[in-house]
Every structure is written in C-alpha cells, then in structure tokens.
Write a protein that binds this ligand. Structure first.
Ligand code: ADP
Ligand code: MG
Length: 241
C-alpha cells in the first residue's frame, strides 16, 4: 500500500468544511463570495460542486488550498483535513499540505505548464523537490505517470506546444497524481476540451481513482457531466450551498 493511502479522520471524513466564509474586500465594500458553506468528502468519494458562474466555486477551491489572493479574506469557518484545520497551517506544513495531501487541477490547466520545459522535466522536478528522489528515478517515474494517464512514453521529452490540448491536460493530471495525494481538487478540469476528449479523460480519472482510492472535489458548471461523474453533489447559488 502506498504511504499516502487515504486515511480518514476519526469520524470517517477526509475533508470536512464547516461554515466557511470568504469575502472579497473591494473598494466598494466587502463582497461575500462564500457564505457559510459546509460539506464533507469521504475517502474515495467524488463530491461534485455545481453552480452558475460567479457563485463561489473556485473561491472555495482556493480557500481549501490557501491559495486565495488579496482582496480575498477567509473570515470564518474551518477546513478540517483528517481532523486538522488546514487554515491553521503555516510554513513547511502548509507546503506539504498543498503538495502531498491535496493537489489541484486548475481551471486554466491548459496554460499551467511551463512552455519552455520538457514534459519529462516538469514531472520529474515535482518528484525531486518533494520526494528527494534522484533525477534518474524521477524520470523513470515520470514515464510511468504518463503511461498512467494514457500518453505514450515517446512523448516524454516533448515540449507542451508539441502536444494537443487534451494531452497537455493529461500531463497536468499526471503532475497532480505524482505525489499520490489522497485528495484532488479539479476545477473545471476539462471545460476547454471538446466533448469526446472530456469524456475520455474523465473516464480515465475515474479508473485511476478506483485503482488508487483518492477522493475528488469535482467542480464544474456542466450538470450532466457532474451527474455522471460524482457520487454526491452540492449545488451553489450566490455563495451558499
Ligand atoms: P465561480 O468559480 O463559481 O465561477 P468564483 O469563486 O470565481 O466563482 O467567484 C465568486 C464571486 O466572488 C464572484 O461572483 C465575484 O463576486 C467574487 N470575486 C471573485 N474574484 C474576485 C476578485 N478578485 N475581486 C472581487 N470579487 C471577486
Ligand atoms: Mg470558477
């Protein structure tokens, strides 16, 4: 069993968000973007977060990972991960939480690869930096990870611009999987792709999840995709769930 096999808190929850509140302090006054939201995710579960554009989905994702930028402020609530409040983490603990406990595939994932670095180096760097493995071992793992997400190993040394949009998105998912985090947050992970590629990638993520046992917070405004892919769904409207 991998060392990061999902372990839940004593109450059986991996992630437990309680009464989360986030405001954007704009010059025209505070805007409440997340207004007392609570939900939990069990190990191995896909929790779908749906709702129209602007209702606060991405703000929740960034609040969990603590990647919100000013003028956003978390004004209340708890983000319990295995029973511990992630809002209290700092320094090395926060860094470990962001990479090893939770990984994120952003809405803009297609642009989140470094255009001047080979795909192999981008994956290997994550492994070298966070697991301290040798460059050689990291490259071997990078090849395995690309296999896992359905990319032929002969593309290992490609640059991002040499790959299709769907392949680039698979690379981003491979990077998110590299450290075997028990929770993946996917914010509109396939929105920029055509429908056939979308289904194919989600199918593959579903297979990987079944094999590795991680949980997913799956964010999309596409309800039919969400229903197909999620175990449970929360629908947001104007900051409330
Ligand atoms: P979603 O991901 O559901 O489309 P977001 O979480 O991105 O929604 O945004 C939720 C709300 O937060 C928006 O409707 C907007 O009012 C507010 N908001 C988001 N980003 C900012 C910002 N940088 N400054 C001010 N308000 C913001
Ligand atoms: Mg969003």
């Amino acid at each position: 069993m991998p060392s990061s096999a999902p372990v839940a808190a004593a109450d059986g929850r991996l992630l437990d968000i309680r009464d989360l509140r986030v405001e954007y302090l704009t010059p025209r006054g505070p805007v409440v973007a997340v207004d007392g939201v609570s939900f939990s995710i069990a190990p191995g579960e896909v929790f779908g977060l749906a709702g129209e554009s602007g209702c606060g989905k991405s703000t929740i994702a960034h609040a969990i990972l603590r990647t919100l930028r000013p003028p956003a402020v978390i004004t209340g609530g708890e983000v319990l991960f295995r029973g511990r409040d992630a809002l209290d983490l700092e320094g090395a603990e926060l860094e470990a939480f962001r990479w090893k406990d939770v990984s994120m595939v952003f809405q803009s994932a297609l642009n989140s690869l470094n255009p001047v670095m080979r795909v192999s180096d981008q994956i290997a760097d994550v492994l070298i930096r966070h697991e301290g493995v040798s460059r050689q071992a990291a490259h071997a793992r990078a090849g395995e990870l690309l296999d896992t997400v359905g990319i032929a190993r002969n593309r290992l040394h490609a640059f991002p611009h040499e790959l299709s949009g769907g392949m680039r998105q698979r690379v981003v998912i491979a990077i998110a999987l590299a450290l075997r985090p028990p929770l993946m947050i996917m914010d509109e992970p396939t929105t920029a792709l055509d429908v056939v590629v979308q289904k194919d990638i989600l199918q593959q993520i579903g297979d990987l999840k079944a094999e590795m046992g991680f949980s997913i917070l799956f964010i999309t405004h596409d309800l039919s995709l969400m229903v197909e892919f999620s175990d449970r769904i929360g629908v947001m409207y104007a900051g409330k769930l």
